[in-house]
Design a protein around this ligand. Structure first.
Ligand code: SF4
Ligand code: SF4
Ligand code: SF4
Length: 319
């Protein structure tokens, strides 16, 4: 195996903070090969062979984003008809071995045998921030959006918790908390059932010229963030050096998260615990290329504008 290139020395931590200090926050972001222009698509590279499963990234995500977590009102209104399941994680906030509304990042472990050798690889899992995200394209209310810099996030003031975003996400990433959000004010018995939550790529930190918390604290500096083209080029170089593989460059039509591993991802996927809140690592076709979903996106688009009306209705109700 060839010696692995180290990209972490080039990154960013200092550069990022330096930009913020220089008053350029929100205008530029450092990457390993230059800064991203305002609105330019940003991506991350994860050299997962380096992960030691210390959990510091998971903890940092919780600390930095805890103020965005739901505080549900109880008892929950009874749904009629009871078609949308109640999901309550508020008494299980400590769970860190899967995705929940209170845990947007977790470490998945794959152990197995490949190419005559045993392996144990740890994989930080969260939303991949797809380039053409079905969660955003098919959200009936326009609550899930893809921003020009590639960040996909869910507006908790608009989301009704119906969970379409999770249904159409190939990895079933967004997680619902019942008893919170706009449905309580508008249609507590008839619509949605809460709000959907997931990694928002620390969009507020990025707007200030800082890097996401999980990247900043990692003692192995295994994540690199920067302009997509530059990060993808580095991912390919690293994969070549490792005689390894990339996940996320073509999956679901392309994402802004590139995992690089010396073990094929289908082998990793065969050796992880999968299920609700625990996504797979299999190849995924471009969801939005499916003609029925393209049509659905066209039909739901006009509805998204109604969300603004619902918000103002809520504001009136409260005044
Ligand atoms: S991974 Fe899922 S939730 Fe994240 S952007 Fe893609 S489709 Fe949306
Ligand atoms: S980018 Fe931010 S929100 Fe996403 S997993 Fe990392 S720390 Fe959490
Ligand atoms: S902080 Fe870094 S090394 Fe530790 S679990 Fe997270 S990604 Fe892995």
């Amino acid at each position: 195996m060839k010696q692995k290139k180290s990209f972490s020395g080039n990154i960013s931590r200092r550069g990022f903070l330096g930009l913020a200090a220089a008053g350029l926050a929100g205008a530029m972001m450092p990457g390993t090969a230059g800064a991203a222009r305002r609105g330019e698509e940003i991506a991350t590279l994860l050299d997962i062979e380096s992960c030691i499963n210390c959990g510091q990234c998971v903890q940092a995500c919780r600390e930095v984003n805890g103020h965005k977590y739901p505080e549900p009102e109880k008892p929950f209104p009874e749904m009629f008809p009871a078609r949308v399941k109640t999901e309550d994680w508020s008494e299980k906030r400590d769970i860190s071995d899967r995705l929940t509304p209170y845990n947007w990042l977790y470490i998945q472990t794959s152990r197995g045998h490949y190419n005559g050798r045993d392996f144990e690889i740890h994989i930080p899992r969260r939303c991949l921030h797809c380039q053409n995200p079905p969660c955003a394209n098919l959200c009936p209310w326009g609550a899930a959006v893809r921003e020009t810099n590639g960040i996909v996030r869910i507006n908790d003031r608009i989301c009704l918790g119906g969970g379409k975003c999770r249904d159409v996400c190939p990895w079933l990433i967004p997680q619902r908390q019942t008893g919170v959000g706009m449905y309580l004010d508008l249609m507590p018995r008839f619509a949605g059932n809460g709000v959907m939550y997931k990694c928002d790529r620390c969009y507020d930190r990025i707007a200030l010229g800082k890097i996401p918390a999980c990247i900043e604290v990692c003692p192995m500096q295994l994540q690199t963030i920067g302009p997509r083209e530059s990060i993808l080029r580095q991912a390919r170089e690293l994969a070549q050096d490792l005689d390894g593989y990339i996940y996320g460059d073509v999956e679901n039509g392309g994402t802004n998260t590139f995992y690089v591993s010396p073990v094929p991802f289908e082998v990793l996927s065969d050796n992880i615990v999968k299920g609700p809140g625990r996504p797979h690592l299999e190849y995924v076709e471009n969801t939005m290329a499916r003609s029925e979903l393209l049509t659905a996106a066209l039909i739901t688009a006009p509805l998204a504008g109604a969300a603004a009306g619902l918000l103002s209705l809520k504001a009136k109700k409260k005044s």
